[in-house]
Write a protein that binds this ligand. Structure first.
Ligand SMILES: Nc1ncnc2c1ncn2[C@@H]1O[C@H](COP(=O)(O)OP(=O)(O)OP(=O)(O)O)[C@@H](O)[C@H]1O
Ligand SMILES: NC(=O)c1ccc[n+]([C@@H]2O[C@H](COP(=O)(O)O)[C@@H](O)[C@H]2O)c1
Ligand SMILES: [Zn+2]
Length: 274
């Protein structure tokens, strides 16, 4: 009964995932609990979208490895998947475009499911209609929602000059919505309060507090690996094994893109927003 009034929601996290850590996976669980606690949403899916090599972040190893590690990390999840579309694009893609792409796919899939359902009803065919994908059975014909899932650092990076286009920020927080995982001591509330453009979309920005403060970062993991230190229990075991087998993180890999500007900064500083 409760599900009848709930809107289907999907979470998408964009980032380097260099490599994926347990904290990235925790973010999804925290966000799902939070959205479902509002009583408005049922979170059906989570998507991890590793950034392409064109992002040019220092120490960013090949996307194929980052995607593979994310797949291994998600073997034990029944609702989060990795999507390689963004990572396969020849150039770095703005996050707003990535979210737009996935929203298009989501709506198209929903329409297909509705058509199958109508066929089933009209022609009485014995087709199996999945309860999770049929909006009729959910009792709601609302469009599904797609939320950008991120950590406080990404939300605060909206304020860095030449990193984000204002219209992209407006689209992400206004049209889609953001779920942001905050940490003890992080000042995201203040950041939202002090920004007129974020404040007016505050109802679309869900701030979720992680009470069990967890400072795992991929930077820390790469540093430990370069120094031959253990990273076990910071990352899922199959990811640790993959890194060891492929000898992925080294002093040399950390030098990648050392003298190259980050793609968004290069794009918006040199040529201006396109
Ligand atoms: N400990 C954490 N708490 C909250 N959010 C996090 C944490 N670690 C990563 N995130 C979020 O996960 C997403 C992907 O981040 P990213 O791939 O940059 O990982 P990272 O651990 O921050 O890596 P790096 O240290 O290389 O920047 C971002 O939205 C980031 O804010
Ligand atoms: N203008 C933009 O759309 C913009 C700017 C900076 C970072 N990003 C994205 O945010 C994420 C940040 O990842 P990192 O924290 O690993 O740098 C990446 O997915 C990146 O593509 C988007
Ligand atoms: Zn980061």
């Amino acid at each position: 009964m409760e599900n009848r009034v709930r809107t289907s929601a999907v979470l998408i996290a964009c980032g380097s995932f260099n490599p994926i850590t347990n904290m990235h996976l925790r973010m999804f669980e925290l966000a799902k609990d939070h959205l479902e606690d509002t009583g408005k949403y049922r979170v059906d899916r989570g998507i991890i979208s590793p950034v392409g090599d064109g992002y040019k972040k220092k120490g960013l190893i090949e996307a194929s490895h980052r995607v593979e590690m994310a797949k291994l990390a998600l073997e034990t999840s029944d609702w989060i998947t990795v999507d390689s579309w963004e990572s396969l694009q020849p150039e770095w893609v703005e996050t707003a475009k990535v979210v737009r792409h996935h929203y298009g796919e989501l709506v198209a899939a929903e329409q297909t499911n509705n058509e199958v359902e109508v066929d089933t009803v009209i022609y009485g065919k014995k087709r199996r209609v999945d309860d999770h994908s049929s909006s009729h059975q959910k009792g709601s014909h609302d469009n599904p929602r797609l939320f950008l899932l991120c950590g406080a650092d990404v939300l605060e990076s909206f304020g860095v000059p030449n990193l984000w286009k204002q219209e992209d920020i407006g689209e992400l927080v206004g049209r889609y919505g953001v779920v942001c995982i905050t940490r003890n001591g992080s000042d995201v509330e203040k950041f939202v309060h002090q920004s007129d453009s974020l404040w007016c979309h505050r109802r679309n920005i869900h701030l979720v507090r992680e009470w069990v403060t967890n400072e795992i970062s991929a930077t820390h993991v790469r540093r430990a690996l370069r120094r031959g230190r253990s990273v076990r229990y910071l990352l899922p075991d199959p990811v640790v094994t993959y890194i060891e087998e492929k000898r992925l993180y080294s002093v040399e890999s950390e030098r990648k893109n050392e003298d190259v500007p980050l793609a968004p900064l290069a794009r918006y500083t040199d040529a201006g927003p396109s």
